[in-house]
Design a protein around this ligand. Structure first.
Ligand code: GAR
Length: 205
């Protein structure tokens, strides 16, 4: 296999960007070798993730949903993806649900990180800290993170990778979120990106 060959990745963000940072670090550490972080798309002009991209010389586009709704947003996104010759999209803390048409167009080419062990605490309304609040309220002893393909069902696509994390007695949503991010999300997201990149390069041959 030509070891120089890489797929182009667009990372979609909305907030802090710790998962984006994990991808950047994984490229530096040669954990990701077959994917290039070619573009960051943010739907939030104030996302700290934008700064992380800029300080690593990754092109950033802020594309926001306006009164014309999804269609206009997604058409702009599609144009950008074509311009940057993007192969896969990684949703890394992207807090917007993509339409059925969009997910169909990029079937098996969008992956998402979710901060629970799917099928628990996932789907519409479960995002960010809300997931960890629900986890603690239910009283489960194990949680974790899941990387999965994205289809028209929120958090419903095929699972690529999961990692479990223990829930501790005195956890708050914040402490649990931090542990899930550090011990699960930031480990499996880079690995999953490399896995999907290798698979895609094999299929392209
Ligand atoms: C992460 O915990 C991610 O798994 C979650 O939001 C956080 C974003 O953090 N995503 C979802 O809840 C999606 N349903 P980050 O911006 O620091 O990567």
């Amino acid at each position: 296999m030509n070891t120089n060959k890489k797929i182009n990745v667009a990372v979609f963000v909305s907030g802090g960007g710790t998962n984006l940072q994990a991808l950047i670090d994984a490229v530096d550490a040669n954990i990701i070798t077959r994917a290039k972080l070619s573009l960051v798309v943010s739907n939030n002009a104030n996302a700290y993730a934008i700064k992380r991209a800029q300080s690593n010389n990754i092109p950033v586009l802020v594309i926001q949903k306006d009164d014309n709704g999804y269609l206009k947003f997604e058409n702009k996104v599609i144009k950008a993806l074509e311009m940057y010759d993007i192969d896969i999209i990684v949703l890394a803390g992207f807090m917007q649900i993509l339409s059925k048409d969009f997910t169909k167009k990029y079937e098996n080419r969008i992956i998402n990180i979710h901060p629970s062990l799917i099928p628990s605490f996932c789907g519409k309304g479960y995002y960010g800290l809300r997931v960890h609040k629900a986890t603690l309220e239910y009283g489960v002893k194990l949680t974790g993170a899941t990387v999965h393909y994205v289809n028209e069902v929120p958090d419903g696509g095929k699972i690529i990778m999961q990692k479990a994390v223990r829930v501790l007695k005195n956890d708050t949503p914040e402490t649990l979120q931090k542990r899930v991010m550090e011990k699960a999300e930031q480990i499996i997201l880079p690995r999953a990106v490399e896995l999907v990149a290798r698979k895609m390069l094999k299929e392209k041959k």
